[in-house]
Design a protein around this ligand. Structure first.
Ligand SMILES: NC(=O)c1ccc[n+]([C@@H]2O[C@H](COP(=O)([O-])OP(=O)(O)OC[C@H]3O[C@@H](n4cnc5c(N)ncnc54)[C@H](OP(=O)(O)O)[C@@H]3O)[C@@H](O)[C@H]2O)c1
Length: 169
């Protein structure tokens, strides 16, 4: 299974100023375009409940897997929306059994952290946007150092830089 972490960050390494912030409020339209194209290509997005609630609906044309520790009242819709309290390893195993071979990790910080802590991430797309928050939610934490290889970097529009890294195994 290829696990690809996708995130937009401020230039001081934050993915949001506040917990319930909608990313579209501060990220570039070019980054949104990249996000939509790449996640549709991958076909499966995994995200935490908080991030899902900031979006408010399943992302179209992708299987949305939403992590929560409380499944009470959560309704899944086959092929569209799956609520799960499984661990990252169990989620990957369950998707692999069903024939999926790629997933996009779409945040937030607690989901990025959980997968990085388990050594499950293969590559990362990080877009750096031209802003410093001076506060907010860091990309991820709680794991030992992870070395990366830079595969590619491109300018998105005139102001944003997209970097593609591979995790050194
Ligand atoms: N810049 C970006 O690219 C980007 C991307 C995504 C999100 N964000 C931002 O990040 C912020 C949200 O991040 P966040 O860290 O607060 O929240 P989050 O990761 O989106 O969601 C956290 C919730 O997910 C569930 N969860 C997380 N880890 C779990 C695990 N191991 N097992 C089961 N359930 C688990 C829990 O839900 P329950 O409480 O229901 O148990 C937890 O409260 C928002 O502001 C959003 O805009 C930014």
């Amino acid at each position: 299974m290829q696990v690809t972490l996708i995130a937009a960050m401020s230039a001081d390494g934050k993915i949001a100023e506040e917990k319930d912030q909608v990313s579209l409020d501060w990220t570039s339209k070019e980054d949104t375009g990249f996000f939509v194209k790449k996640t549709k290509e991958i076909g499966v997005v995994i995200m935490g409940r908080n991030t899902y609630e900031t979006i408010g609906r399943p992302l179209k044309d992708r299987l949305n897997v939403i992590m929560t520790r409380d499944l009470d009242g959560r309704e899944s819709e086959p092929g569209v929306l799956e609520w799960t309290s499984d661990s990252p390893v169990e989620i990957i195993e369950s998707l692999a059994k069903r024939g999926y071979d790629k997933v996009a990790l779409c945040g937030g910080a607690s989901v990025y952290s959980a997968f990085l802590q388990q050594g499950l991430v293969d590559d990362l797309y990080l877009t750096v946007e031209p802003v410093l928050f001076g506060k907010g939610i860091p990309l991820a934490s709680g794991f030992d150092r992870i070395d990366l290889d830079l595969i590619d970097s491109v300018l998105l529009g005139e102001q944003s830089v997209l970097m593609h890294y591979r995790v050194k195994k």
